[in-house]
Design a protein around this ligand. Sequence first.
Ligand code: KIV
Ligand code: ZN
Length: 397
Amino acid sequence: MTHTPKKRASDEGKDRVYIFDTTLRDGEQSPGATMTHAEKLEIAQLLDEMGVDIIEAGFPIASEGDFRAVSEIAKRSKDAVICGLARANLKDIDRCWEAVKHARQPRIHTFIGTSPLHRAIPNLTQDEMAERIHETVTHARNLCDNVQWSPMDATRTEWDYLARVVEIAIKAGATTINIPDTVGYTAPVESAELIRRLIKEVPGADEIIFATHCHNDLGMATANSLAAVEGGARQIECTINGLGERAGNTALEEVVMAMKVRGDIMPYRTGIDTTKIMNISRRVATVSGFAVQFNKAIVGKNAFAHESGIHQDGMLKNAETFEIMRPADVGLAETNIVMGKHSGRAALRSKLKDLGYELAENQLNDVFVRFKELADRKKEVYDEDLIALATTEAAED
Ligand code: KIV
Ligand code: ZN
């Protein structure tokens, strides 16, 4: 049985970038990030609802639990394509198909390591590996008409060999070719050029979608993914909060918001409802047990928080002074004005007003002095502290 995938680059225009989320597969491969069956179903539903185009739900042959989760996610899927991962052998691919076939739009994703280091592991010659790729992609395509193929460690694979195997996979029926930067080794200028060159030089490359899959070992995953899009990739593989092995994968929230905020220089569209970002970020942090660092772009606790007096004053006058996104764009109710020793009088007045205290100028001056004394002793001054200061002041007058 075959299914027609709903979306193709040509269907929606050249500026449409598909978001492929692999939180439940590559993200879950992070040591310690294992999720329960129920948690995986919940995250898959949230991903589908936020407009993720393709959900990589797991690695069906890896365990009974993975098989069950991918099958169930496939059955419950709505708009998203549901993808499972399979190594380059017929048994893996059959098992993957058994799990994803329940989806309205299933995809098989099969891969093999093509760089010299990775070829050495199964001890295959270049020709033997090429034959294996032809055989496995053909097999996958006979089961499903939506097949993704990845040359693992593509960015450390010799150009000639990479071009050769990509052509073989396309001829065997792959509809998406993913170019993984498996160890986070590439840099933006290379990332763009690699995709550009593959599209230009590999026969049949203009008929399929190229994907980018970056790891963050050198902190360049977001930049490399966006550069690959500049080079012609139209699928970004990513995870919520950048969860993933070692330093993680490209963070979904970063690439999506970068394209949204800087549409002037990156004129691309995704189908993501960005107002759902914060909620899913918090859920993934909770269920994976991987807390989000405070200063993480977009979803960190401090991403929309201001403590310094100059910043707070600017924010109170015009939020754009120190914020390039509105908190509401990512599903956050409001900017957090944090009261601490760097805060100024304007922020104090505004905060007290929000708490229901409108003080005369001399009262505010007194409270401000005591607030600064307290802030020197505490990292953060909470609303309760401010209420106590304001109430004492009112009682003394
Ligand atoms: O990083 C990688 O190469 C992968 C592949 C399985 C696509 O995750
Ligand atoms: Zn990966």
